[in-house]
Design a binder for this molecule. Structure first.
Ligand SMILES: Cc1cc2nc3c(=O)[nH]c(=O)nc-3n(C[C@H](O)[C@H](O)[C@H](O)COP(=O)(O)OP(=O)(O)OC[C@H]3O[C@@H](n4cnc5c(N)ncnc54)[C@H](O)[C@@H]3O)c2cc1C
Length: 318
């Protein structure tokens, strides 16, 4: 690991000052980095994927680890809230059960005790070409992407090109309101979200609802212990007065694209209908419409269709 300076930020302004790039034209992987729990950052530093001259600890900022509000007004989740705090918070459990499922699907209790919401959303991709110290792929500023014609079992079936990474965060698909936060490789290869060097996530606002929407998060992992999603589905449904007819639907896929992948056609087919085998089946087919699998990841299409059908059956049964 390259030697670095450690700084404890005392406020958000202090963090932004400490993170301001000395040279805005420098390689982004050579600039100062913010740190939440360090569960991803330290791994990327050890493999020389990022080489920051300074690491800015965000956990010393007062109130950055707070959750406030409720299901009706909406929730404000500080970027420094740990995944365990999120999963155990009474109001999140009551009003946003899908968010609790997503948080609990992440890694292990030890990593959830340290890892923060901000760090989870801003973690770097897990493509093994990207993670290999000696491979200089497109995302590291190199001139070649290796997954497209190489080992691409875990790579993207939507939104790929020129890089085919998938976004690794389990919270991201559930926090559907954040969809404009994430960016495709074709917009900027070197980053996964809209943050410029020196900018940080300070909090996440989850809008409130008069009646709590139904939500669930289903994730398929290759190992039953800790693992990243090969595919996942976040579903949020609002029901009409009969408690059966869908009035609003959000379906976001994880593990299939470089960003959480919203599927508006699948959502639209549910609105005005009751969830049945037939409507769930139609939504599942539409959710995967347009997928462009690589040589080794075509299995993601039937896998994700099954997750969509099961997630809809789960929320309909509540
Ligand atoms: C063995 C293992 C298994 C894992 N499994 C999963 C899994 O199943 N699902 C999953 O989603 N994740 C998984 N992770 C990834 C990740 O470590 C955790 O999800 C954790 O939430 C990261 O949070 P952190 O606070 O430790 O992030 P950090 O390591 O502190 O930061 C991660 C990145 O985000 C940046 N960052 C941190 N905070 C901010 C902020 N407020 N604003 C802007 N940028 C910021 C950092 O500079 C860094 O680039 C796993 C990690 C490991 C090591």
């Amino acid at each position: 690991m390259k030697a670095f300076e450690w700084a404890n930020a005392q406020s958000i302004d202090d963090a932004v000052k400490l993170l301001a790039p000395a040279d805005p034209n420098a390689d982004p992987d050579e600039m100062a980095r913010p740190m939440g729990g360090g569960q991803d950052l330290l791994t990327t530093m050890k493999a020389y994927i990022v080489r920051p001259p300074r690491v800015v600890n965000l956990k010393t900022i007062p109130n950055v680890g707070m959750i406030s509000g409720d299901g009706q007004q909406g929730l404000t989740i500080g970027a420094g809230v740990t995944l365990t705090q999120l999963a155990e918070h009474p109001e999140v459990k009551k009003s946003f059960p899908g968010l609790v499922e997503a948080a609990l699907s992440i890694a292990t209790p030890q990593i959830r005790n340290m890892g923060t919401v901000g760090g989870n959303l801003c973690q770097r991709p897990r493509c093994w070409y990207y993670r290999l110290e000696n491979v200089n792929c497109l995302k590291k500023g190199g001139s070649e992407g290796y997954a497209q014609s190489g080992e691409n079992k875990y790579n993207a079936i939507f939104g790929g090109g020129p890089s085919y990474v998938v976004h690794p965060s389990d919270l991201a698909p559930m926090l559907v309101a954040l969809e404009e936060f994430f960016t495709l490789p074709r917009a900027d290869l070197r980053r996964e979200n809209v943050l410029n060097p020196g900018e940080i996530v300070t909090e996440i606002r989850v809008p409130g609802h008069a009646t709590a929407p139904r939500s669930t998060y289903l994730k398929f992992k290759e190992r039953s212990s800790l693992d990243f999603a090969m595919s996942s589905v976040a579903v949020v449904l609002e029901m009409g007065p009969d408690n059966k007819t869908v009035t609003q639907a959000r379906i976001v896929l994880g593990g299939v694209a470089p960003i959480p992948w919203r599927v508006p056609k699948a959502e639209a087919v549910l609105v005005g209908n009751v969830i049945s085998d037939e409507t769930a089946g139609k939504a599942a087919v539409l959710a995967l419409e347009g997928a462009a699998p690589l040589a080794k990841n075509g299995y993601k299409i039937p896998l994700t269709q099954t997750l969509v059908r099961r997630a809809l059956a789960n929320v309909a049964a509540v």
